[in-house]
Design a protein around this ligand. Sequence first.
Ligand SMILES: NC(=O)c1ccc[n+]([C@@H]2O[C@H](COP(=O)([O-])OP(=O)(O)OC[C@H]3O[C@@H](n4cnc5c(N)ncnc54)[C@H](O)[C@@H]3O)[C@@H](O)[C@H]2O)c1
Ligand SMILES: [Zn+2]
Ligand SMILES: [Zn+2]
Length: 365
Amino acid sequence: MKGLVYHGPGKRSWDTVPDPTIEVPTDVVVHIDSSTICGTDLHILKGDVPAVQPGTILGHEAVGTIVEKGAGVTTLEIGDRVIVSCITACGRCRFCKEGHYGLCSGGGGWIFGHLIDGLQAEYARVPFADTSVYKVPPELDDEEVLFLADILPTAYEVGVLNGRVEPGDTVAIVGAGPIGLAAVLTASLFTPAHIVAIDMDDARLERARELGADVTINNSSGAALAAVQQLTGGLGADVAIEAVGVPDTFELCTELVRPGGRVANVGVHGHSATLHLETLWIRDLTITTGLVDTFTTPRLLNLIAEGKLNALPFATHYFPLGETMSAYDTFGEAAKSHALKVVLTAVPLHAMPAAKPEKALVGVS
Ligand SMILES: NC(=O)c1ccc[n+]([C@@H]2O[C@H](COP(=O)([O-])OP(=O)(O)OC[C@H]3O[C@@H](n4cnc5c(N)ncnc54)[C@H](O)[C@@H]3O)[C@@H](O)[C@H]2O)c1
Ligand SMILES: [Zn+2]
Ligand SMILES: [Zn+2]
């Protein structure tokens, strides 16, 4: 089969690789129907995630169809269409039992495109299938649910829920990339008084307005702090969500919130940020961090199925799966291409010669 293979910092290619197979009885193999690229994949390609070994297929977000299942899989059938999430859950460890699947110590957690082969490929092996995938209601298209594989639960859990957004709050969201915009969308579920989106890219701020931000601030000239103070009568925001991952924006978030406010850090940081305890200690702040657990995926899926949440605006560019290399180029120059999420679409399984991976490969590439 074909897959997008990481060959060390700065190097990727669309290679012919061995077909995945069932390795343990709790595995399934899925035909990838739709996949996408994450900012984290770009971090990996920069060499920021050294745990990723050269030779690994990247990607941790997909919708796929089960084509093979291990003897130990009891709740899924061949032919089921499922969301394959960025987080896998063994279902047995202490953290899984507490719903902290991101911290899974039984072999799950964030493993796709990180510790095992990922989902930017024609097929993928999915470990712990019973406890890790989500069946897709037949009336929903792939791109309606694809972003449940990462950005929606990430922004909702690590941003909105950790920040304890409440009705009437002023919520400042720093960074209007896919994660920050998903925070705008899911913060709206709580009817805040204001959602303030802060970025340095006017096109992304425009997107934030479309998704529910009522105030947008271009912070290129450092105007955000004064603007948020003015909006809140000098108090500051109730919640600040950090969705960039650099020291400046983390420190800005700690300044943006009122005394007693909450800072929810979502950004992945490559450098240390300063925690100014000399000024913060007296302000009763709560600061949270986290990797997504995806415990809210069923709830968010239900909201999408009921028409209460629309993830379609995140899909800005479409490519055939076989053009994943070009999709990376477009996604990697988002400032120019205005890409938010690219949708990589495979040849549908029913259009392929046979349902088994080894046979289905004929004529695919
Ligand atoms: N915690 C988790 O589980 C988790 C999961 C996925 C992604 N992430 C992280 O979330 C962060 C956001 O992801 P994304 O895909 O939206 O990234 P992105 O790079 O697409 O978006 C970041 C946005 O921040 C803006 N920005 C950059 N510097 C800024 C500044 N100084 N002030 C204001 N805005 C600024 C950029 O213009 C851009 O729009 C990343 O660090 C990513 O790695 C965390
Ligand atoms: Zn991701
Ligand atoms: Zn576990």
